[in-house]
Write a protein that binds this ligand. Structure first.
Ligand code: TXA
Ligand code: MG
Length: 320
């Protein structure tokens, strides 16, 4: 049975014993294990049904921990950590030998981030090891933004869910790597915007998704997928081809007057992208449970958090 609670001591004990705890972060809930304990990390892959070629992000509670885990820190990485940690940004850095190869799927780099959530920061500072944690959902499904989402899907498989309320940001962290000469490349759009990042380190490259590179499945086109077919655009585009009674709508700002309100989610009535990001995954989950066949989702303006939101919607819609 899974216990849902707010007890850091309990979470600490379970993690120290090599078991899993779902943890809240500002982005999405993570499924955490002691990152330095291979037997514990294996359990993450089992519970998520995650292929072992998909590397995990390692979470830390203090900046001083970083140098125990990675060999070198490019200047731009340091600047970004200073500017945005704790926060929704993951840095890919050359790993030290203490990080098991299982965590990085054999890659020479490890993804590290300091999450910005009070409970989880307290937990990370209380334990003597970093926490490996992917999003706490079955592989390929929408990430959880509430303790109940974790319980719905993984409930009987893990002993404890640390309940930190609704995730403040609602989409996963931005992942950034450093190429030759420390040049930054964004590997996954996320909670920290390209504009914010460029303000600190100048122009960055954005890597295109790949449908075929098994080394980074987070880049897989079809990911974050709900069980229903997702179509992108406004209802008007599809009104002649889809059955209105079997469709649900996700819009940015405006409600559609001719549609049953119970089959609509407006992500942010006042057009605030932060609110939209926060509501996105819960909307996909809600319609997944409903008796409908398709979700028609409107794309947001391609700027700020809108880029990351659109990225998730495109992947939810993709069948590759
Ligand atoms: O916001 C987040 O990042 C959340 C919370 C829990 O921190 N975590 C998360 O983890 O989204 P996950 O495992 O669902 O997605 C992490 C992505 C994976 O797609 C993985 O392929 C990529 O990060 N990744 C991890 N380490 C990597 C590495 N060394 N090189 C390239 N990609 C990496
Ligand atoms: Mg994930």
């Amino acid at each position: 049975m899974t216990v849902i609670g707010r007890d850091i001591q309990v979470a600490m004990q379970i993690l120290s014993g090599g078991e899993l705890v779902a943890i809240p972060t500002e982005t999405v809930y993570g499924l955490a294990a002691n990152a330095l304990n291979v037997d514990a990390v294996i359990k993450i892959f089992d519970v998520k049904n995650r292929p072992s070629f998909d590397p995990l992000i390692v979470h830390i509670g203090t900046i001083e921990t970083l140098e125990n885990l990675v060999n070198t820190i490019p200047e731009k990485a340091e600047k970004l950590a200073e500017a945005f940690w704790p926060g929704p940004l993951t840095l890919l850095l050359p790993k030290k030998a203490v990080i098991p190869d299982l965590v990085t799927a054999g890659l020479p780099t490890v993804g590290v981030r300091m999450p910005n959530h009070e409970l989880t920061l307290e937990l990370l500072r209380a334990v003597s090891f970093p926490l490996a944690a992917p999003s706490a959902n079955p592989f390929g499904y929408v990430s959880p933004t509430a303790a109940m989402h974790v319980n719905d899907q993984l409930g009987n498989k893990i002993p404890y869910i640390l309940d930190g309320g609704l995730c403040d940001i609602g989409i996963e962290s931005t992942i950034i790597g450093f190429g030759d000469g420390g040049l930054p490349t964004i590997h996954r759009l996320g909670g920290k915007t390209v504009e914010d990042i460029e303000e600190i380190v100048g122009t960055v490259d954005i890597r295109k998704h790949s449908t075929s590179r098994p080394t980074a499945p987070g880049m897989l086109q079809s990911h974050y997928a709900p069980g229903k077919k997702v179509y992108l655009g406004t209802w008007n585009i599809y009104s002649n081809v889809l059955d209105k009674n079997k469709a649900a709508l996700i819009t940015f700002k405006k409600i559609h007057p001719d549609f049953d309100p119970s089959r609509q989610v407006v992500l942010s009535e006042d057009g605030d992208m932060r609110t939209a990001a926060k509501n996105l995954f819960a909307a996909l989950r809600k319609f997944d449970r409903k008796d409908i066949n398709y979700i028609v989702a409107e794309l947001l303006p391609e700027k700020g958090l809108g880029r990351a939101i659109n990225d998730r919607l495109r992947r939810a819609a993709s069948e590759d």
